[in-house]
Write a protein that binds this ligand. Structure first.
Ligand code: 9UX
Length: 72
């Protein structure tokens, strides 16, 4: 089943930042939809937890140079 999670993204200051994070999340196998909002500093990610875990999402975010923190 698909899980929707919200992640706080710390360190983004421009739309290029948020685009980088969004594209990285969208490229992950097991992610259906990923949207990153600069204004709220939040990502909403629909993923299949059997394919990609929440912790793997955080690792990809950190690989882009930003910090991710689970909201819900
Ligand atoms: Mo532009 Mo966002 O260097 O860090 S991509 S401000």
């Amino acid at each position: 089943s698909i899980q929707v999670c919200r992640i706080r993204i710390n360190g983004m200051t421009c739309t290029s930042c948020s685009s980088t994070v969004e594209k990285a999340l969208q490229a992950i196998h097991g992610v259906q939809i990923a949207q990153v909002a600069l204004a709220t500093e939040e990502a909403q990610v629909q993923h299949d937890p059997n394919i990609v875990s929440y912790n793997q999402l955080l690792e990809v975010i950190e690989d882009t140079g930003f910090e991710g923190v689970l909201i819900s």
